[in-house]
Design a protein around this ligand. Structure first.
Ligand code: CO
Length: 173
């Protein structure tokens, strides 16, 4: 069992802007390890700290990639996005049952710090580039549903209403 519960839409915590991390201490290492556990338990490919109720700029990603199969980044910043984009279906552990096509840049260059305190710059393509954009969005309170075109947005209206209902019944009891 993961120790951290994943917050679900429309929890307002997911809309907060997360704070920069100033120190890589034991509690941060524990957070990262818990985030990997929570993500893997739910079979996700990425998770951001605010999704487990911690408003810090930390993300973890696990995608099939030659170099970065299990990546944790602290204070990640996008330094470049390709003009070329594509559409691909996304989901999010904070929005169970919701999937829609999102347009994003095919390539992304991201700078950040590893959990060992090493500054890195990652040139990502494809799924890794997409996951980085999705997770870094979380740190600014942005969800993938904010980036949908009107047609895609309409296609998930029912599912969002259902999550609204579940959240309302959870918070009223
Ligand atoms: Co997400």
């Amino acid at each position: 069992m993961a120790k951290r519960t994943i917050k679900r839409y429309p929890d307002p915590f997911l809309r907060k802007r997360s704070e920069e991390v100033n120190e890589i201490d034991d509690s941060l290492q524990e957070l990262i390890s818990d985030m990997f556990s929570a993500m893997e338990e739910e079979r996700g490919i990425g998770l951001a700290a605010p999704q487990v109720g911690v408003a810090k700029r930390v993300i973890v990603i696990s995608v099939e990639d030659r170099k970065f199969s299990r990546l944790a980044l602290i204070n990640p910043v996008i330094v470049h996005l390709s003009g070329e984009t594509d559409m691909m279906e996304e989901g999010c552990l904070s929005l169970p049952g919701v999937n829609a096509d999102v347009e994003r840049s095919i390539e992304a260059v991201v700078r950040g710090t590893t959990k060992n305190g090493r500054l890195v710059e990652i040139s990502a393509k494809g799924l890794l580039a997409r996951a980085l954009q999705h997770e870094i969005d979380h740190l600014d309170g942005i969800l993938f549903i904010d980036r949908l075109n009107p047609k895609e947005r309409k296609s998930i209206a029912k599912e969002l209403e259902e999550l609204d209902r579940q959240y309302a019944s959870l918070t009223s009891s």
